[in-house]
Design a protein around this ligand. Structure first.
Ligand SMILES: Cc1cc2nc3c(=O)[nH]c(=O)nc-3n(C[C@H](O)[C@H](O)[C@H](O)COP(=O)(O)OP(=O)(O)OC[C@H]3O[C@@H](n4cnc5c(N)ncnc54)[C@H](O)[C@@H]3O)c2cc1C
Length: 383
């Protein structure tokens, strides 16, 4: 059950139907990892449920309204059903948020309409290796050269927000642009680049965008804005929510497994279960508070550093929580429980891999910086 106030607010989003969608996604997860079509079916279901457009103007979790705790609950619920689906869905929501923050009125109209009328799926692909993205001027357009790595959902994503270097008249720096993926050939997707421990189904292949031509109207805002704070660091709470969904699935599966073997009376197993559940509940509380702070502080410059620090803490605390839950569950269920057809075999692989996100050490050091400076400067803050 998704615990979210959208149940009362929401007129256009059928929550009961959405619960059914999540159930279908969950039961499909065992097959989808090996499906050559990837997660096509799952995203068709999400489209039909209305979830792809849920953050658009006038919809249940409209970005123009303070809805972050509810959005985090939704992301957690999707992650719980299937972490790969959660990863791609979160990328879609992130792209729509960047469009909400930085795109002009005409761009918003066009891209929102794509979601609304055609169920377009979006993704953000920022990560790259040495052969990263450059935008070169060509006549009145820009030609792309280079590749992106970790392109989650390529194959089902209709519009990708990519970032790259531009150096042309007054446009200099890290530029965002939207690519229509129907213009990228299958041959530009390197299927050999994705042999991960887990998250196989997210299909996060390397994509070569070289030769694709962008119009000026495909460029979002000015260079550098992608890294704008507090939105850049603050957004980490969204992937943390998906991660916690994976941990929630492990917790439930662990109890189910012990019940099926009549092992829940054993005091050592009970002790481990209580540790798992205390970690999980603390993760939920972190997320709830992070969502509330986001709504209170995102547009208040005086709380920018507070928001970033709280998002940083939430992200790394949830990483630790997920690792602890896996450690305890691992000992609860043993080797037998970690074998297929039990779902935990896959969820452990997926969560272990997906927890590896950018700059985990630097994030912790930034938390320390915040509290040292807070004490030095006497900065008023309620965290
Ligand atoms: C399933 C999955 C899907 C993804 N999908 C997308 C996507 O759709 N779009 C996208 O843009 N990205 C995506 N990513 C990429 C993600 O955002 C990160 O860039 C990536 O996971 C970080 O990889 P890494 O752990 O190898 O990082 P690394 O930076 O190599 O970090 C590994 C470790 O090294 C440490 N470290 C980092 N730099 C240094 C240094 N200079 N010296 C010493 N130590 C250092 C880190 O603190 C960490 O402990 C995805 C990642 C995953 C796992």
């Amino acid at each position: 059950m998704i615990e979210t106030p959208t149940q009362t607010k929401n007129q256009t989003f059928d929550l009961l139907n959405f619960e059914d969608t999540l159930e279908k996604i969950k039961s499909q997860a065992i097959w989808s990892e090996h499906d050559p079509e990837g997660l096509k079916k799952e995203f068709q279901w999400l489209k039909e449920s209305g979830a792809l457009k849920i953050v658009l103007p006038g919809e249940a979790l409209d970005f123009n309204q303070p809805n972050m705790p509810e959005l985090l609950n939704l992301l957690k619920a999707v992650g719980k059903a299937n972490l790969s689906v959660g990863r791609i869905f979160e990328g879609h929501i992130n792209t729509l948020y960047l469009i909400h923050l930085y795109a002009n009125a005409q761009q918003k109209k066009e891209w929102y309409q794509g979601v609304q009328d055609q169920g377009h799926l979006f993704g953000v692909w920022n990560t790259q290796a040495q052969n990263g993205i450059q935008f070169y001027p060509e006549a009145d357009q820009f030609k792309i050269s280079g590749s992106k790595t970790f392109c989650s959902g390529v194959g089902i994503v209709d519009r990708a927000l990519i970032t790259g270097n531009i150096d042309y008249t007054d446009r200099k720096g890290w530029q965002m642009a939207i690519v229509d993926m129907s213009g990228i050939s299958e041959q530009n997707i390197d299927k050999n680049s994705w042999k991960p421990l887990g998250m196989q189904a997210s299909g996060s292949y390397t994509v070569d965008f070289s030769g694709y031509l962008l119009d000026e109207s495909d460029l979002i805002s000015r260079p550098g804005i992608y890294l704008n704070q507090p939105y850049f660091s603050g957004g980490a709470i969204r992937f943390a929510a998906v991660h916690l969904g994976g941990a929630e699935a492990i917790a439930e599966n662990t109890i189910e497994y012990l019940l099926s073997l009549n092992r829940t009376e054993d005091p050592i197993q009970r002790l481990r279960l209580s540790n798992i559940m205390m970690q999980l509940v603390s993760g939920r509380l972190w997320l709830e508070k992070a969502g509330q702070h986001y709504d209170e502080w995102a547009d208040d410059k005086t709380h920018e550093q507070d928001l970033i620090a709280f998002a940083n803490m939430t992200r790394v605390t949830i990483e630790d929580i997920c690792l602890r839950i896996m450690d305890e569950s691992n000992k609860c269920i043993g080797a037998r429980g970690l074998m297929a057809p039990y779902d935990m075999e896959r969820i452990f692989r997926d969560l272990t891999f997906y927890l590896r996100q950018p700059a985990p050490d630097a994030t912790r050091l930034n938390v320390a910086d915040f509290f040292i400076k807070k004490q030095q400067t006497g900065h008023e803050s309620n965290i």
